[in-house]
Write a protein that binds this ligand. Sequence first.
Ligand code: PRP
Length: 183
Amino acid sequence: MNNSIEKILFSEEEIREKVTQVGKKISEDYKGKNPVLVGILKGSVIFMADLMRAVDINCKIAFLSARSYGNNSFSSGTVQIGDNLKSSLGEDIEGKDIILVEDILDTAATLYAVREKMKELNPASIKICTFIERNIERKVDLKPDYKCFDIEDGFIVGYGLDYAQNYRNLPYVGILKPEIYTK
Ligand code: PRP
């Protein structure tokens, strides 16, 4: 285990099991359709890579950039989304079934902003798939349609989740030692 990690919260095996279940559910729900999985960079990359292989129907992928945390451990409150959504997606999403893929749904400010912007491109539907949902009271009305895990407190990293851009490569999700982010 990485020595900045206090404890492993979700092991590689638990993650594999949950991602497989979610992929199966998406495959059932979208049978006969051709959804576009849209990963929100950067945090979603690992989840996206595993999820798309757990989906066994025809699907497309696209990515878009959105940031609200920068290098801080708290949300800046402002969500930065790439300027030209249509060209950064590299995929015409008009009339398509979209599944937004996120690593973590926290305040939901990011996904809310992304979803609102995406609506302007007239997709047929937009659903939300998050790897982790933090259970907190939210100012915005947004719930995931698919999720793998719930968490309450603790600063978590790994499996795409970072602290100051590090730890994304850990194959598990762990709780970061507080002395790392309170330094
Ligand atoms: C993180 C995470 C989500 C968002 C969730 O992104 O990947 O996109 O925060 O938080 P919210 O629900 O409170 O909006 P971040 O801005 O850290 O960028 P990153 O994906 O590059 O790590």
